[in-house]
Design a binder for this molecule. Structure first.
Ligand SMILES: [Zn+2]
Length: 279
């Protein structure tokens, strides 16, 4: 599932392709991708509008329009695919054999941006104004924002009784961290995923803050080497396994103490950690 670093890499790669471009029209192949909005609603809000900026908040990607906003969330497998124009988009998305799965596409003068999620969890919505975009306002401080400091992390943690791992996944407190980077940050900070967030001292908060920022920055570097290539419908991030220390390393030796990494269900998700050095 794309988390902050992956979505940030997508935003950076998309920006030069669409910034300043006018949306000629919305193409709809699978209307489920804009639910509960209707394709007609989305078309009315985006067609004819110019993209003023591309930005990310948490795991969401946004196109700020000269009037209104496009909001995208990739969930598990969602991705963008770039086509040279409407002709290529229509030919490839509707081909009888070997067609490319596209749910929705925004056609620009310079090409077309396809939004695709074969499992249909990802969503693209349009909003009349930024103020009307509820998902944006539900998000807590972004983990890459300057306002996200060790002091702020300590404040937010102090107000939560939940286990640290679940606290980190709560997008309304800190936005951008998912299942992968929460396990990673806790491993780096040597903190137990079950420790109640409100028991975190100032020193531990500082350690966790440092670990979160380190893990996300390192992952972003990885996501940009090579950067996303939307022209290839099979593109996906490569090489992230090499930087992971806990996530999906069940049974493999901890890189600190050599004892095996464990995987345990926590809040319905898998948590990976070292029982020995995360006490
Ligand atoms: Zn260990």
């Amino acid at each position: 599932m794309p988390e902050l670093p992956e979505v940030e890499a997508v935003a950076r790669a998309l920006r030069p392709l669409v910034r300043g471009q006018r949306i000629r029209c919305l193409h709809v192949f699978h209307a489920i991708a804009c639910k509960p909005q209707s394709p007609a609603d989305v078309a009315r809000l985006v067609e004819g509008r110019r993209v003023a900026e591309v930005f990310r908040r948490g795991k969401y990607l946004f196109l700020r329009l000269d009037r209104g906003l496009v909001e995208m969330h990739f969930r598990f497998d969602g991705q963008l695919i770039w086509f040279s124009g409407a002709k290529e988009l229509l030919a490839k998305a509707t081909a009888e054999a070997d067609s490319i799965h596209v749910d929705l596409a925004l056609e620009f003068g310079t090409g077309a941006m396809g939004f695709a999620d074969q499992r249909h969890f990802g969503r693209l919505h349009a909003w009349e104004t930024e103020a009307a975009c509820e998902p944006l306002h539900r998000l807590g401080v972004d983990a890459f924002d300057r306002a996200f400091t060790a002091v702020l992390l300590h404040e937010r943690a102090s107000a939560s009784k939940r286990p640290l791992k679940e606290f980190l996944l709560d997008q309304s407190r800190i936005a951008g961290i998912g299942n992968i980077y929460s396990s990673e940050a806790l491993w780096h900070a040597r903190l137990n995923p079950w420790q109640p967030a409100n028991s975190l001292g100032r020193r531990e908060s500082a350690r966790l803050h440092k670990a979160i920022v380190y893990v996300l920055r390192r992952a972003l570097e990885c996501c940009q080497d090579p950067p996303p290539d939307f022209r290839d419908p099979k593109w996906w991030f490569q090489g992230l396994e090499a930087i992971l220390r806990a996530y999906q390393r069940e049974g493999l030796p901890c890189r600190r103490c050599r004892r095996p990494i464990q995987r345990v269900e926590q809040g319905g998700r898998s948590t990976y950690f070292c029982r020995h050095c995360q006490k």
